[in-house]
Design a protein around this ligand. Structure first.
Ligand code: GLN
Length: 447
């Protein structure tokens, strides 16, 4: 049924870079057989999922929506794929994204933009726009994405689905093509908080192949969905509501969501996260710095696209990167190498790391007084295709509310919370490190 829906809709939405129909049917059949043989099944057995094309799938193209990896077939699976397969999940295909996860609209895909199912002339957000659009259009009941500065939460908000960024270290990054290694996390998209909890359950937990993956035990997430949030202390960070570029319609829907949480019995308090306004600036130093180092591996020698029409090694390297990378990726590499260069390191990179520590401290103080924090996930509703494409700064500002959580390493979720002018608005719920069960409980109670 999901393959039929993809067939019917994806010509217009373009969420998928690849539909693995044969594999999906084969995996579905195996799931049926597992059931018939009375073997152990999990809540994900036979459940079809869409996978962002930044997650390595053995022998199946993993392109990062880049010319550089257009023909790359990883010889191994990401840890999350191994875990989903062990749980009996079915893969429907790989989803479109901003090239190497750099962007907020999925327009930076080297192949084609993805369209927002709510209005085909608008973007689904990004960079995991394909995964968000696939779930929103009912082409998949769940999906995986990655979030470095908001790439799960922002597209979830703009497409009216649930999107969860786990705590840094909650989910293994082994087999996630690296963008900014100190910020990247894989997380689920779903229709409901409960489904997101089931997906997180399957993929979370320690992994010897990722030394940054935490040994903290994984709780039973669905067991904590009690529907009860009475007495829970919910902080409303003032800075998130006064941000420049905040759409009044989004603010209104956000305010109504806060009122609903109060009606559900939560205790609402105002809190301050004073360094919020420096988040985007610090992120656009740290993330490109790490990206410039991570993307140095694409040299045309080891794997990926290779320019070979020359006998000159340096020309081969230059042309490989000239033709293999798109403009946004090149911009990030330029930014990153600049801020890391001798003489500028102290002025930019080191300062940004200090700001990062201050932002983490803001959250530590806030979580002494509150259990969770809430804000809109994005300052605007879905914007028109092309609207921000020529103005990178405007594109970057769309992540003001999501970036601080990545800098601090804490968890966050975006859930559908209403509409402004017919377009979805997402409510972001932020939790302390490893408090996924709490944010899921609030999300579930709200839904
Ligand atoms: N939009 C942000 C960026 O362009 C975040 C992307 C992400 O989370 N992968 O870097």
């Amino acid at each position: 049924a999901f393959l039929e829906r993809i067939e019917a809709l994806d010509g217009r939405i373009r969420a998928f870079t690849l539909v693995t129909a044969d594999l999906a049917l084969q995996q579905a059949q195996e799931a049926d057989q597992r059931l018939q043989r009375g073997e152990q099944v999990t809540p994900l057995t036979g459940i079809p999922l869409a996978i962002k094309d930044v997650i390595c799938t053995k022998d199946i193209p993993t392109t990062c929506s880049s010319r550089m990896l257009e023909h790359f077939r990883p010889p191994f699976n990401a840890t999350v794929m191994e875990r989903l397969q062990a749980a009996g999940a079915v893969m429907l295909g790989k989803t479109n994204m901003d090239e190497f996860a750099m962007g907020s609209s999925t327009e930076h895909s080297a192949f084609f933009p993805t369209h927002n199912p709510w209005d085909l002339e608008r973007t689904p957000g990004g960079s995991s726009g394909g995964s968000a659009a696939a779930v929103a259009a009912g082409m998949a009941p769940g999906a995986l994405g990655s979030d470095t500065g908001g790439s799960i939460r922002q597209p979830a908000a703009l497409c009216n689905v649930v999107g969860l960024k786990p705590t840094y270290g909650r989910v293994s990054r082994f087999g996630l093509v690296a963008f900014a290694s100190s910020l990247d996390q894989i997380g689920p998209f779903a229709r409901t908080a409960r489904d997101a909890a089931l997906l997180l359950q399957a993929i979370a937990g320690p992994d010897p192949r990722d030394s940054t993956c935490s040994a903290t035990p994984v709780p039973d997430y669905t067991a904590e969905l009690t529907g009860e949030i009475r007495g829970l202390r919910i902080g409303v960070p003032v800075e998130y509501w006064e941000a420049p570029g905040m759409d009044p319609g989004v603010a209104r829907v956000g305010q109504e969501a806060v009122n609903r949480l109060r009606e559900l019995g939560a205790e609402i308090r105002e809190v301050s996260l004073p360094h919020t306004r420096y988040g985007v600036a610090a992120y656009y130093i740290i993330a490109p710095a790490e990206a410039s180092a991570n993307l140095a591996r694409y040299d045309g020698v080891k794997y990926g696209y290779s320019y070979r029409d020359t006998s000159d090694m340096w020309e081969a390297l230059d042309k490989t990167r000239q033709y293999g990378f798109g403009p946004e990726v090149k911009r990030r590499i330029m930014l990153g190498t600049y801020v890391l260069s001798a003489g500028y390191y102290d002025a930019y990179y080191k300062q940004a790391q200090k700001v990062r520590a201050l932002i983490a401290q803001d959250f530590e103080r806030a979580f002494e007084q509150c259990d969770v924090l809430v804000s809109p996930a994005s300052p605007t509703v879905a914007f028109k295709l092309g609207e921000k494409l020529s103005d990178p700064y405007q594109m970057y500002l769309n992540d003001v509310f999501t970036i601080p959580a990545n800098l601090a390493g804490i968890c966050g979720i975006s859930i559908p919370s209403g509409f402004s002018e017919g377009l979805p608005v997402g409510l972001q719920i932020l939790g302390n490190a490893f408090a996924e069960a709490t944010i899921l409980r609030v999300a579930d109670a709200f839904q």
